[in-house]
Design a protein around this ligand. Structure first.
Ligand SMILES: [Zn+2]
Length: 303
């Protein structure tokens, strides 16, 4: 079996059947071993430095914050230990509060995720994704009334008695693909990326479209190449802010590149030798925690 991608398969038992069992949840929350992960406006709590470390709270510490209005979400169990998220978004500067002060900072997962183990990175990514969703669904999309968290943080319900609809956390599927022709692959770069970085093409799946169709459409839109033989590789939770990356390989049927200037600053063919190193290749690879990096690395090794 393939190694899972970073942020995936971090050993979580979600225990969805317990999300309405308040007695059980309360006992879990009070357990000595329970781990509480602070979140603030979809940022994770981390002690910065050369090797950033995620900082967690005990349930005793979290209780004070919950009493002062923080929202608690049940994540699940790992090795029988319960994990909760505590969302401090209602506070202005929680990292200066008496409980959190001096212990860390709230940072973007983008800047620290690749330093984390799969277990910690997965937990941070999940926390970021679900609290981001909550922050964007405070009001009902059907009638505009306020919504309220339910199911220990896995649902929101519209509070209007005339509506009362349930809203569920959403994940946006996106395809990411490495297109090859013999000994070469197409990589592109966006203007806002760090200098010298090239990566795989990617884009969101549209309604009414299969994943294979999305791969073919995105490649043609971004670089003007037609593809066939679209093969699934693996998937990766990518909470920037709420995607699920679905990785593919595909074969190019045409060679000419016409990069879409709306999406890319440049796109070109790279040979296996260039990507394997040796100087003439790309200056900067995609982030080490990304499926993009892995799709490229595994293709290079395929020889
Ligand atoms: Zn409503």
């Amino acid at each position: 079996m393939k190694t899972p991608n970073h942020y995936a398969s971090f050993g979580l038992e979600r225990m969805a059947e317990r999300r309405n069992d308040t007695e059980w949840l309360d006992a879990m929350f009070r357990a000595e071993t329970t781990v509480i992960w602070p979140l603030w406006r979809a940022k994770n709590f981390v002690r910065p430095g050369e090797e950033p470390q995620a900082v967690t709270l005990t349930s005793r510490e979290a209780r004070t914050l919950v009493d002062a209005g923080a929202e608690l979400l049940f994540v699940g169990l790992t090795h029988s230990v319960a994990h909760f998220l505590i969302d401090l978004s209602h506070m202005d500067e929680p990292s200066r509060s008496p409980i959190l002060g001096g212990r860390g900072e709230f940072v973007e997962l983008r800047s620290v995720g690749s330093f984390m183990s799969r277990e910690t990175g997965g937990m941070l990514a999940y926390g970021k994704a679900i609290t981001y969703w909550h922050s964007r669904h405070l009001f009902c999309g059907v009638c505009g009334a306020p919504t309220e968290m339910r199911e220990a943080g896995h649902q929101r319900v519209c509070l209007s008695p005339d509506c009362g609809i349930s809203h569920f956390p959403r994940t946006d599927p996106a395809v990411i693909m490495l297109v090859s022709s013999g000994d070469r692959v197409v990589l592109g770069r966006k203007a806002e990326w760090v200098e010298g970085m090239y990566s795989t093409l990617a884009g969101f799946v549209e309604p009414g479209e299969s994943l294979e169709e999305a791969v073919a459409r995105e490649v043609e839109e971004e670089v003007g190449i037609k593809v066939a033989n679209v093969r699934y590789h693996s998937s990766q939770p990518w909470p920037f802010p709420s995607s699920l990356m679905l990785g593919f390989y595909a074969d190019a049927l045409t060679e000419d590149i016409n990069p879409s200037m709306d999406e890319l600053e440049d796109a070109r063919w790279f040979t296996r030798a260039e990507l394997a190193g040796g100087g003439a290749g790309i200056d900067r690879r995609p982030r080490s925690d990304s499926i993009a990096r892995r799709l490229i690395a595994e293709w290079v090794d395929q020889e």
